[in-house]
Design a protein around this ligand. Structure first.
Ligand code: ADP
Length: 265
């Protein structure tokens, strides 16, 4: 068995709640080869973020373990980058200072900070905006800043939790296509959580479908589309076939999730 990449073994997460224990994630066993791009889709509340937090070392699993490049994850690690859903830019710092923030915390030398920040800013298409403040940028540009901050840390693994959820559909598609292009250059191992099937197909080599409570992986779909993709792929027949396939898997789960949420409301 290869140690490279991410190995998830028997992972389960339970949370105490007023009505007893909530099993957020159960019995997840998956391997993500190094340098691959996997997306996780599933209805709201099915455990996607919880599973991602376990991989990031931000949430301790109740059972099982995650190994990244052969090492058991026991807490946050600078080799595992995380891009959050919400805007995490610091308003009092300009773009370059925002991108350098994590490196400053991580003890990277000033010279390296400058070089790595500029490389990451160029990579996410923000060249020329180094000294702009977040308030003057669009939501999409602020998410690029957050992405650059993570990439500048040069992690082996990048985890993204619905990073474009707050953006309009067009910006999402274009940013998604850019993330894909960045990945084709950096070849980090990426796990991307989304509830948008189209986004998952556009970006990934493989899509996992998660069930509603207990959250477990019920389907794994290989995305057999050309490696070189841009936003125009969403109108192809192959893309639509994959979309239908994943939607069929997800439909029953989404209904089940919706009914259970209605009941517990
Ligand atoms: P998703 O990302 O798929 O929307 P989450 O992973 O956020 O789902 O949540 C899965 C389930 O676990 C939900 O029922 C949620 O309410 C519950 N949950 C998540 N985090 C906590 C927590 N810290 N304490 C209690 N319950 C939680």
């Amino acid at each position: 068995m290869s140690d490279a990449g991410i190995r998830i073994t028997d992972v389960g997460v339970k949370f105490p709640s007023a009505r007893g224990t909530v099993t957020a994630v159960e019995n997840v066993n998956q391997h993500i080869p190094a340098s691959s791009f996997v997306s996780i889709v599933g209805p709201s509340g099915c455990g996607k973020s919880t599973l991602l937090s376990v991989i990031a070392g931000l949430q301790k699993p109740t059972s099982g373990e995650v190994n990244v490049h052969g090492r058991t994850v026991t807490g946050p690690d600078k080799n595992i980058g995380f891009v959050f859903q919400e805007d995490s830019t610091l308003p009092w710092r300009d773009v370059e200072e925002n991108v350098r923030f994590a490196m400053q915390m991580g003890g990277v030398s000033k010279q390296d900070q400058r070089r790595r920040a500029q490389d990451a800013i160029d990579l996410v298409g923000l060249t020329g905006f180094e000294h702009a403040y977040p308030a003057t940028l669009s939501g999409g540009m602020r998410q690029r800043v957050a992405l650059a901050r993570t990439l500048a840390m040069e992690p082996n693994v990048v985890l993204m939790d619905e990073p474009f959820a707050a953006l309009d559909q067009q910006t999402r598609i274009f940013l998604g296509a850019e993330v894909r292009q960045i990945w084709s250059r950096t070849h980090q191992t990426v796990v991307f959580v989304t509830h948008d099937i189209g986004e998952a197909i556009l970006l990934s080599q493989q899509v996992w479908v998660m069930s509603y409570r207990p959250g477990t992986i019920i389907d794994v779909i290989d995305v057999d589309l050309p490696e070189e993709r841009d936003a125009s792929i969403v109108s192809t027949h192959e893309f639509n076939e994959l979309n239908n396939r994943i939607w069929t898997s997800l439909q029953a789960e989404s209904m089940r999730g919706f009914e259970q949420q209605e009941k517990s409301a």
